[in-house]
Design a protein around this ligand. Structure first.
Ligand SMILES: [Zn+2]
Length: 310
């Protein structure tokens, strides 16, 4: 059967309707209630500031004309985060804000930063999604609504770009179909730090927004890209939780590639997501990362969505 966009979407809707875990997927945003500035902890990461507690990991660098931030936490926490940024980076404004992707716990500072005239950098698809109504995600209950015009990215790329900030080069690049349809990672070569965003996680399984472009092949390709750019001792900052190293990324890349290969064996056996979960293809890693059921379901559904004609 010929696959067109309509039949692809219809197949997607049916897979979605059949998902027993939808709605039970942890809503990351819910884990962090409204916080105060003193609840946000700040760690030094090779000379960059890592702000933890606003809804996602936020990385900051001070400059003469304001701060550069990568990601911005939840909107409800933006005042607390910006207060903490001001105090620790000794600046009153955010000059440049980079969104690694459009999920709500990453774009919470877009409104105040955009309103104050800061530059917001993102993938072009992230800009489009932040202007879209009624976005449904595999990771959130309900529908996501657009940000106001001034809160949307003003400087976008489809692939890669760089900017000069406080005398150093900051690079950003697309991670194709990794966690959403518009993921960027941000590389600070001078600090030997990569902010990897949604696809990476040190202590639990990452999540894949398979309804919005995340696809297992893109996910493993993204690990290849990160492994090419990172050195073994590069600090990798994920969207949530503790940092990793470039050496960890190489190990994770091999683990996810092996899983992707196994998916095609399962596929040929006619397995559905629950069969894949029951087969426990990641059992060697469960002690480190916990129960992989939700990750496996999302990853396998992403392959079904992309390959089953309907
Ligand atoms: Zn996300």
């Amino acid at each position: 059967m010929r696959i067109n966009r309509r039949s692809f979407l219809r197949a997607g809707a049916q897979v979605l309707a059949a998902s027993p875990l939808l709605g039970a997927v942890p809503v990351l945003a819910r884990e962090n209630g409204k916080v105060r500035a003193r609840d946000i902890t700040v760690q030094d990461v090779n000379g960059l500031a890592l702000f933890v507690g606003a809804g996602c990991n936020v990385v900051g660098l001070g400059g003469p004309e304001g701060a550069l931030l990568v990601d911005g936490g939840l909107a409800v926490n933006a005042p607390a985060l910006l207060k903490s940024v001001s105090a620790h980076l000794n600046t009153r404004r955010v000059q440049t804000l980079i969104n690694t992707h459009w999920h709500p716990e990453h774009v919470g500072c877009n409104d105040p930063v955009g309103r104050a005239g800061g530059t917001i950098v993102a993938h072009e698809v992230t800009r489009q999604f932040l202007g879209r109504r009624n976005v449904r995600s595999a990771l959130y209950d309900g529908l996501i609504q657009p940000l106001p015009e001034h809160a949307r990215p003003t400087q976008t790329t489809h692939n890669a770009g760089s900017l000069e900030f406080a005398g150093e080069t900051v690079e950003y690049r697309y991670l194709p179909a990794a966690h959403t349809n518009g993921d960027l990672f941000v590389h600070f070569p001078k600090h030997n730090v990569i902010v990897a965003g949604g696809p990476v996680s040190a202590v639990r399984w990452p999540v894949m927004d398979y309804l919005n472009g995340a696809f297992m092949h893109g996910f493993v390709r993204s690990y290849e890209i990160l492994a090419e750019v990172a050195k073994p001792d590069t600090v990798i900052v994920p969207a949530h939780g503790p940092t990793l190293t470039g050496a960890d990324i190489v190990r994770h890349k091999d683990m996810y590639w092996e899983l992707f290969r196994q998916f095609f064996v399962f596929f040929n056996k006619g397995f559905g997501p629950q069969d894949v979960i029951a087969a426990r293809p990641l059992q060697d890693y469960e002690a480190q990362f916990g129960d992989p059921a939700q990750f496996l379901e999302a990853a396998y559904r992403s392959v079904q969505l992309a390959t089953i004609p309907h």
